[in-house]
Design a protein around this ligand. Structure first.
Ligand code: AMP
Length: 398
């Protein structure tokens, strides 16, 4: 695996007077052309402001939605340019195209400390094919490339990867933070390293579990995926979620944990419901005592205490996936208990993107975590130990 902690950042390169192409994640939520959530725009500001303060000529780019390779006005980034202008206090000029005449003319007229945005890179089908000619055309707009779109870093597209073949390439602050926290936790964690994995399916997290069994001191398994492990141990699980084709794999993972001396913790009790419904009748039962016709929808109180005990002494915690159906009040207790234990532990805490990040925010723990990853798919692939193309493409420090 590459050394992600050795990648150059915006601070390692002289940008004064240079045209800098910055790949942002402006894939914001919009309704009828109005931005309904601009947190991704706000998140881009530290890198953009830094570059402007250094006298760079900043050319921003991003994808938005899935226009499938053609111009569609509803996927235009023009509303993003308007919102950016409000935040920056001066006009961010909007090009009418991606690499065409408008983008080129605006880019060459840009002065030091000015900023523009080109159109949605996915208006060109070549973008997602990582087409070299398109990458070259993007690169020709600028002299330096900055990638700050972690959520797209697992995709080898022109604007995330290909363009780096033609320009010096460094990370922005958002990607840098992801690499420092997640890379640090995987490569040189403060120990003990406790990994907490939950969510619906084992199949989504096999790679993560396998990789973390090589890194962590303790691996905690909760959520729907735990029941496949119960079947592997010979327990009956009522109507709980199970992936029967993954039972042998669950057995193997348990054997691997033993062989590697990793403490693998599974739920000892569960909150079970009669139906998959937020208002269903529910009760708490031990893991070897799940009655026929009931399904496990959360970890029980003994499990919460057991998991909290392991988390309490952690130096680093990596968490991906809720402990139960945390969207529903009666089955959110396990996820809240784990979040509380992490918050109280004082450990370096890293929450993978997606559902666990959403749960953390909903229950008010966001500011108690050291790092909440902005990438769903990208952070899973990172935790699997895969090299992300958008990160690989960045230049190494000497
Ligand atoms: P993931 O996207 O894999 O992290 O899974 C998140 C989803 O898993 C959430 O929507 C949860 O409702 C669901 N989930 C967690 N625990 C269970 C469970 N015991 N039974 C069914 N679904 C669950």
């Amino acid at each position: 695996m590459m050394n992600v902690l050795n990648k150059k950042t915006v601070e390692d390169i002289d940008v004064k007077g240079k045209k800098v192409l910055v790949r942002c994640d402006f894939n914001v939520k919009m309704e009828d052309g109005v931005i309904t959530d601009d947190k991704r725009i706000v998140a881009s500001l530290p890198t953009v402001k830094y570059l402007l303060s250094q006298g760079a000529r900043v050319i921003l780019c991003s994808h938005l939605g899935r226009p499938k390779g053609e111009f569609k006005p509803e996927f235009s980034l023009a509303p993003v340019a308007a919102r950016l202008s409000e935040y920056l206090g001066f006009e961010v000029k909007m090009a009418k195209d991606v690499v065409g005449e408008s983008a080129q003319a605006l880019a060459s007229s840009l002065q030091d400390g000015e900023c523009m945005l080109i159109e949605n890179v996915r208006f060109h089908a070549e973008e997602t094919k990582n087409d070299p000619e398109f990458s070259k055309a993007l690169a020709s707009l600028a002299e330096i490339y900055v990638n700050d779109a972690f959520g797209s870093a697992h995709r080898a597209h022109s604007s995330t990867t290909g363009v780096a073949d033609y320009l010096p390439a460094v990370s922005g602050y958002l990607i840098q933070k992801e690499l420092v926290y997640m890379g640090g936790a995987l490569e040189n964690p403060k120990r003990p390293l406790v990994a907490i994995l939950g969510g619906a399916k084992v199949s989504d997290k096999i790679g993560v579990i396998e990789n973390l069994l090589n890194k962590a001191d303790t691996v905690i398994i909760g959520g729907g995926m735990a029941y496949t492990f119960f079947v592997a141990m010979g327990d009956t699980i009522g109507t709980s979620l199970v992936e029967l084709d993954k039972v042998d794999l669950a057995k193997k993972l348990m054997d691997d944990a033993k062989a590697k001396n990793v403490n693998l913790l599974l739920p000892v009790d569960n909150v079970v419901g009669l139906e998959y419904d937020k208002d269903t009748e529910y009760k708490t039962v031990d893991s070897d005592d799940i009655p026929d016709g009931w399904m496990g929808l959360d970890i029980g109180p003994k499990t919460r205490a057991k998991f909290a005990d392991a988390i309490k002494n952690a130096g680093t915690v990596i968490w991906n996936g809720p402990m139960g159906v945390s969207e529903w009040e009666h089955f959110a207790g396990g996820t809240i208990a784990v979040a509380t234990a992490i918050a109280e532990s004082g450990a370096i805490s890293i929450v993978g993107g997606g559902d666990s990040a959403a749960a953390i925010k909903k229950f008010g723990f966001a500011d108690k975590m050291s790092h909440i990853s902005t990438g769903g798919g990208a952070s899973l692939e990172f935790l699997e130990g895969k090299d992300l193309p958008g990160v690989c493409a960045l230049n190494d420090k000497d």
